[in-house]
Design a protein around this ligand. Sequence first.
Ligand code: PMV
Length: 315
Amino acid sequence: MQWLAQAPANIALIKYMGKKDSSLNIPLNPSLSYTLNHLLSNVVLETIAGKKDYWEPLYIPGASDFSLTTSSQERYLAHLKKIKEFLNFNGAFVVRSSNNFPTGSGLASSASSFAALTKAAVQAICELQEKPCLPIEEQARLSQLGSGSSCRSFFSPWVLWDEHQVGPIELPYPELIHQVVLISHEEKKISSSEAHQRVQTSPFYAMRAKNASDHLLGLLDALQKKQWHTAFEITWREFQQMHQLFTTCAQPFSYITEQSQALLKVVQDLWKHKQDGPLVTMDAGPNIHLLYRLDQQNLAQEFKQRELVGNYDVL
Ligand code: PMV
């Protein structure tokens, strides 16, 4: 028997960085994300004899090849094992997965891939055990054990996650135009799991939870009042602050390259010149996410044509 599930990526405007409990991925601070419904992971599970699961790429005709490193496969299968234990299931699956965004695009795909695996596994096991399916909130909490940020991929468009709960939050701008500028295609050297650990040694870590909570309140207020410029300023401060934790910890590192800096400057100039522009954020990687309101469609097109096309890959 086979089960298929799909889940989207999400981009945090208020970041999850630092954990209160690493074994359960309890976040240090609340985060706010926008779900990227066009960047999807697909997972197909099929029952097999025995007890040992294995992974292989999901073949989708016309799509480019997909692969996972051995350690990523192990982490993925370890999450499946946890779900099986939680649901008291002894059987085994072959897990086939892929993303609809190019492999090696430098985009963190753990949120969408862990959410899709959790959905598929819960659906499969509940059906095999002839039990009612777990509510979506419980599936999200289960997914959080594999990748914290994946719990936000169960809801759309705006999602709030704190140490107690995760769920959608109603805000203006239910639909935004999202572009991600691919600065680097390389696999990142410091994983986000490693980053969560290292930042604890930054002198700024002690203030991080308070700062992130203040940013969250400010951003929610700005979005609710449709103060786009303020939303831009807070979002900007927020990602800069997360990246400052990276450069100031005991084993410092940085994802921001010269090319990222150059493009950030171009976007800042756009804002200065037009007094308008996209919300800008960066995750634990060098790529730059731009979020425009729907009424900024022309601006988004113009900026892409003038500054991005020919210089960068844009998804
Ligand atoms: O879910 P993780 O452990 O991959 O952490 C994700 C952390 C960031 O992407 C950097 C920020 C976030 O909130 O998504």
